[in-house]
Design a protein around this ligand. Structure first.
Ligand code: FES
Ligand code: FES
Length: 166
């Protein structure tokens, strides 16, 4: 068995130190070692996007990274999006616009969408669909996900937002 490697990273604002197998994936470190099970594993081919987290502010599929590669980084998971008891606007948008059904894809969708809105405050529907191409949803047909992201974008721009979907 390979020697374990010491790592240290900030996860959702808390410093975490530990020793991991060199081949441990970041998603397994987050879920199994830190107990942050909001980050999901939906495939073994790096296609589904259920595992998306932010590493140093960038959306990353956490099944494509070894935990040791995130050493020294700042990681945010879906659990870290709530600030001062307030849902992130993207979380609120998914609630208001019924952007989910089973919810399995939702944490990764929300993290990918939040990354998009950090870079583009006023995306078109096509830009949203393009940004979420790496996130698969087998339930919703995507339309309400686009509406949810548009809701969040408007809210983050300080514009009035309309309530729940019809
Ligand atoms: Fe499917 Fe990471 S678990 S892309
Ligand atoms: Fe079920 Fe997206 S809501 S996979």
């Amino acid at each position: 068995m390979a020697d374990k490697v010491r790592i240290r990273m900030t996860v959702n604002g808390l410093e975490q130190r530990g020793e991991v197998e060199p081949r441990m994936l970041l998603v397994h470190y987050l879920r199994e070692t830190l107990g942050l099970t909001g980050t999901h594993i939906g495939c073994d081919t790096s296609q589904c996007g259920a595992c998306v987290v932010h590493v140093d502010g960038q959306a990353v599929k956490s099944c494509t990274l070894f935990a040791v590669q995130a050493d020294g980084s700042s990681v945010t998971t879906i659990e870290g999006l709530v600030k001062d008891g307030q849902y992130h606007p993207v979380q609120e948008g998914f609630w208001e616009k019924h952007g989910l059904q089973c919810g399995f894809c939702t944490p990764g969708m929300i993290m990918a969408a939040a990354d998009l809105l950090n870079k583009n405050s006023n995306p078109t529907d096509a830009e949203i669909r393009h940004a979420l191409e790496g996130n698969l949803c087998r339930c919703t047909g995507y339309q309400n996900i686009v509406l949810a992201v548009q809701y969040a974008a408007a809210k983050m721009r300080g514009e009035p937002v309309t309530g729940a979907a019809d």
